[in-house]
Design a protein around this ligand. Structure first.
Ligand code: NDP
Length: 395
């Protein structure tokens, strides 16, 4: 950070958003648009959505933009020719721009494994990380947290549940966490059984009751793999054992998660289901920034309910606990298979219930590495994707 914890900042914090054209990226830009005295945009990136990247760049005038899809380079470069904005293309550039000395904070809003390399490069170059890209923590939590400690880099959670946990432990640094109560909306199929899930469609799975998010995370929420990924993310972010993380279904998505301490007290963070709140908190930390988004009014939400999840029906949650218990590269195997399976489901190649089947197959057949290096994880990801695509061809 450019200011000490006790001082109000005098210069806008310079933010790089990797994945600015997605759901989190666009919401982060809404936050920045409301607080230009506090935040300035330094880098924006997209995968293929050149049109949106260009219009964001023209509005926010970053120092640089990256389009991962190299075939779109000319289009972006020509559209921004009249502006003083550097244009880069390719997956490698996504990590290379993280070295820019002008960046203070990197918001990782890319979806999937693609977030890993740029996040590691940003940590290596001492940038504060506001992490939305949970897959990075899932596949390489140990490597990421070890490097962050070595580089004295803060990793601030953006995911609403992890932001709630973080907000519950601020000021509790010397009091160990007894248990994390990780809340889950339950997704669109809460309470349903396998016979119902057999026939659900892509449109059904994309119809989340409380949150409007990118397609991959919305399907993950429907299978409860999203909660499984969050259990693993929480393990690494808060240095707890998987048995200390209990998933609690809370369909109203008002209590964003809770922490129980040794004396039995439980602290929670509550708010309306709106990602702009945890994004603003991560960008503002350690301060709280006054913001005009609608605030929670208890009287409007008289009923808050809590229930146990059903891991026998929503097998992905059980697979995620199994992956983190087995350790090594198993979460990476699980994540790669899940990314391929979700894409196949979205492309209507497999059914909803085949998603956990595909992941379980990868976890049973993938080559296990007990203490993986970064190269091992990169290899695991590539190999499991290849194997899973082959497995799906024979379905
Ligand atoms: P989206 O699919 O909406 O957006 C993904 C972003 O990443 C887009 O900018 C996309 O570019 C870019 N991108 C995708 N693939 C690549 C790639 N291979 N290389 C470079 N850039 C890529 O996702 P979300 O915003 O929903 O989610 C982003 C992350 O945040 C995920 O890890 C998710 O789990 C997490 N998260 C999301 C929440 C939400 O409310 N959406 C809540 C909590 C966590 P393009 O537009 O060009 O395709």
């Amino acid at each position: 950070m450019s200011t000490s914890d006790n001082d109000k900042q005098t210069q806008p914090k310079r933010i790089a958003i990797i994945g600015s054209t997605g759901s989190i990226g666009c919401q982060a830009l809404n936050v920045i648009r409301r607080h230009t005295d506090l935040f300035a945009v330094e880098v924006l990136t997209a995968n293929t959505n050149a049109d949106l990247l260009v219009s964001q760049a023209i509005e926010f005038q970053p120092n640089a933009v990256v389009i991962a899809d190299e075939t779109k380079y000319q289009q972006v470069q020509q559209a921004l020719a009249q502006h003083d904005i550097k244009v880069f293309a390719g997956e490698g550039s996504l990590a290379d721009v993280m070295e820019m000395s002008t960046i203070d904070t990197v918001l990782t809003a890319v979806v999937g494994f693609a977030g890993l390399k740029p996040t590691l490069r940003a940590i290596e170059y001492g940038k504060t990380i506001a992490i939305a890209n949970k897959e990075t923590m899932v596949v390489a939590g140990e490597i990421v947290t070890r490097m962050a400690v070595r580089k004295k880099v803060a990793i601030l959670p953006v995911d609403s549940e992890h932001s709630a946990i973080f907000q519950s432990i601020v000021g509790e640094w010397h009091n160990p966490i007894e248990k994390i109560l990780l809340t889950a909306s339950g997704g669109p199929f809460f309470g349903k059984k396998s016979d119902f899930l057999e026939t659900v469609t892509v449109a059904d799975a994309l119809h989340h009751p409380n949150w409007h998010m990118g397609r991959k995370i919305t399907v993950d929420s429907a299978t409860l793999m999203n909660k499984g990924l969050e259990v693993i993310e929480a393990k690494w972010l808060f240095d707890v054992a998987p048995q200390q993380i209990e998933v609690v279904v809370h369909p109203q998505s008002i209590v964003h998660s809770m922490v129980q301490f040794a004396d039995g007290s439980i602290k929670a963070q509550l708010g309306l289901p709106n990602m702009e709140l945890p994004i603003l908190y991560a960008l503002s930390f350690p301060h709280r920034t006054a913001d005009p988004v609608p605030h929670l009014n208890f009287a409007d939400h008289p009923t808050l309910t809590f229930a146990k999840p059903d891991p026998d029906t929503f097998v992905c949650l059980r697979l995620a606990y199994e992956a983190i218990q087995r350790g090594g590269n198993m979460p990476c195997i699980m994540n790669a298979a899940n990314e391929v399976a979700v894409a196949a489901f979205l492309n209507r190649k497999i059914s909803f219930l085949q998603i956990p089947e595909v992941i379980a197959n990868a976890m049973n057949t993938g080559l296990f590495v007990d203490k993986p290096s970064l190269d091992d994880l990169l290899q695991t990801d590539a190999e499991i994707r290849r194997q899973t695509i082959d497995y799906l061809k024979n379905k």
